[in-house]
Design a protein around this ligand. Structure first.
Ligand code: SF4
Length: 277
């Protein structure tokens, strides 16, 4: 089964590939690399190659076995567009996503050039959200590459945010996630960078999700901004059994709504109604 995730903006992770290699500043304290090292030390067969790129063809069809609609982050332990992953394997992952309209898949890459290069040969069903990570101005070209990808929902993950991003190209973007780096050696994130991005999203009518302040102890710093949490999500494209009142007005037209609802002290995903643009 795909694994339940603690990541604030998803429900499950599915890793048909594990392992990666560093490509930019945002990779310096890669969580996946740390975790792969731990799992290798524990003798986990999936991590027998440590953090080397390793394909797991037996996991390609895993989401097809799940009937219940899920929000699934693809390759949390790798980068699907890594140069060592064959085009044919990427196609298989996309075929599975296209064959599972009950789920919503979130794919995130730092290899935007390859994504851009092969995007026209991939299927883009409406249940696939495509995102790129942008940690500072040096790699802003990833957002330009993404803008040309024919995904139904395009999103930016600005985590770990390492510098100001003053003029984000948001016209083709439905969702922005912001987060500070966490764990040993975490680099600081300034509040003024976060506020600027929040305002840019507000002005452009883009859903804004503030994941965390980060730091050495992310639980101590939390995820409150301006005295509240920001949990906006793009609208889901699956039909849920339960429904919520849809967001109305211009934000709804751009695919923005909140997907979260508090259940006691625990945060739980709540499926959204169909509001496909
Ligand atoms: S691209 Fe992602 S998974 Fe790969 S090394 Fe960088 S942070 Fe880690």
């Amino acid at each position: 089964m795909p694994k339940t995730s603690k990541i604030e903006w998803t429900q499950f992770t599915w890793n048909p590939v594990t392992g990666c290699s560093r490509i930019s500043e945002g990779c310096r304290h890669c969580y996946a690399e740390r975790m792969a090292g731990r799992l290798y030390a524990m003798g986990s067969p999936r991590y027998r190659n440590g953090f080397e790129v390793t394909l797991h063809p037996d996991l390609i069809d895993l989401p097809r076995r799940m009937a219940k609609p899920r929000l699934i982050f693809v390759n949390s332990m790798s980068d699907l567009f890594h140069e060592k992953i064959p085009d044919s394997f990427i196609h298989k992952v996309f075929d599975t996503m296209a064959g599972c309209p009950q789920h919503t898949f979130q794919v995130l890459t730092k290899r935007s050039e390859r994504l851009h290069r092969i995007a026209s040969r991939l299927p883009w069903p409406s249940n696939v959200w495509m995102g790129v990570s942008v940690e500072n101005q040096k790699v802003i070209s990833r957002a330009m590459d993404l803008a040309q990808v024919p995904a139904h929902i395009r999103f930016l993950s600005l985590e770990p945010l390492l510098g100001p991003l003053e003029k984000l190209p948001l016209s083709a973007i439905a969702w922005v996630i912001v987060g500070g780096e966490s764990g040993p050696g975490a680099r600081p994130m300034k509040e003024e960078w976060v506020q600027s991005i929040r305002l840019q999203c507000q002005t452009a009518g883009v859903a804004f999700f503030f994941k965390q302040w980060g730091g050495v102890n992310k639980h101590a710093t939390g995820r409150m901004l301006n005295g509240r949490s920001y949990d906006e999500m793009p609208r889901m494209t699956v039909v849920p059994k339960r429904t919520l009142a849809p967001t109305t007005g211009s934000r709804a037209r751009r695919g923005c709504t909140s997907q979260w609802k508090a259940h006691g002290t625990k945060r739980t995903h709540v499926p959204l109604p169909v509001l496909v643009a």
